[in-house]
Design a protein around this ligand. Structure first.
Ligand code: NAP
Length: 247
């Protein structure tokens, strides 16, 4: 899928080539994975329309979304989003799976779930996929999980379960790159914890007109706004694709 690059230089770019060029595994930190987030927002600043994000996107956004998944060792998603968006297998396309293997990655990323309350939406399609690997970090006891997916549960003492401790454990388990796909509650917490390296933001040329859809971050404000530096700006069909580094 072709995009028009506006910054840093004007060019026509192929999104798969652009994302492959990021060489993300080499950016892993010693103590935690290199961590990206990917979001779509409407032009009036909402991350959901009628409760879900799908209506905000188009095929360009889907190319970015799946292209980013193709690059990483693990994907972390909030339990709210897992349930609402009814997550399934993370990389379904055999061509993408093959490309990952050729690049030295597992066929698909590990799905990471963090829950302090032990509430995991086990009825979503993800847990029915025998090839899906799901690592659940829970701060409360979780009854034994009987699913087709390969689920590993780490029960932590409530005070020990923080985003930081989870990311440190992921790194010890070999995860070099982590993609957060939201939602706003989990993403806001990662931002406040200072655990984010990059934000991929799709600004959709759509207005929600109001409603109760959340902004991209939920939760307490930071003491000062976190600064971002723009790494690229792309355009396709009126959507803007902005890649920011934190700091
Ligand atoms: N536009 C987009 O790109 C996009 C992306 C994703 C989602 N969305 C939309 O966002 C909405 C869902 O988002 P959401 O904010 O309600 O839910 P969410 O962020 O997906 O999940 C929230 C849950 O994450 C768990 N969690 C784990 N660690 C946490 C921490 N350190 N701090 C806070 N929570 C933590 C909490 O469960 P415990 O209490 O059990 O810990 C919490 O209830 C949906 O409407 C979805 O469509 C939009």
């Amino acid at each position: 899928v072709k995009f028009r690059q506006l910054h840093p230089t004007a060019a026509e770019v192929d999104v798969a080539e652009l994302l492959n060029g990021l060489q993300l595994p080499g950016k892993a930190r010693p103590d935690r994975p290199y961590t990206l987030a990917n979001f779509i927002a409407s032009a009036d600043g909402r991350a959901a329309f009628h409760g879900r994000s799908g209506a905000l996107g188009d095929d360009g956004d889907r190319a970015m979304f799946h292209g980013l998944r193709e690059q990483v060792d693990a994907v972390v998603v909030g339990t709210g989003t897992l349930a609402i968006e009814r997550y399934g297998r993370l990389v379904r396309d055999p061509v993408r799976r093959q490309r990952r293997i050729a690049a030295g990655l597992a066929a698909e990323p590990v799905a990471v779930v963090i829950t302090r309350s032990g509430t995991v939406p086990l009825s979503i399609p993800l847990f029915e996929e025998p090839e899906a690997r799901v690592w659940v970090y829970t701060g409360d006891h979780l009854a034994p999980v009987q699913t087709a997916a390969q689920v590993e549960v780490r029960e932590c003492l409530p005070n020990d379960l923080t985003n930081k401790s989870v990311l440190e454990d992921l790194r010890r388990r070999g995860v070099r790159t982590l993609l957060c796909e939201g939602g706003p509650t989990l993403f806001g917490a990662l931002v406040r914890d200072g655990l984010l390296d990059e934000l991929f933001l799709t600004l959709a040329p759509k207005l929600t007109g109001g409603g109760t859809g959340p902004a991209m971050t939920q939760g307490p404000e930071l003491p000062e706004p976190a600064l971002l530096s723009l790494k690229w700006a792309l355009e396709r069909a009126g959507s803007l694709y902005l890649r920011y580094e934190l700091g």
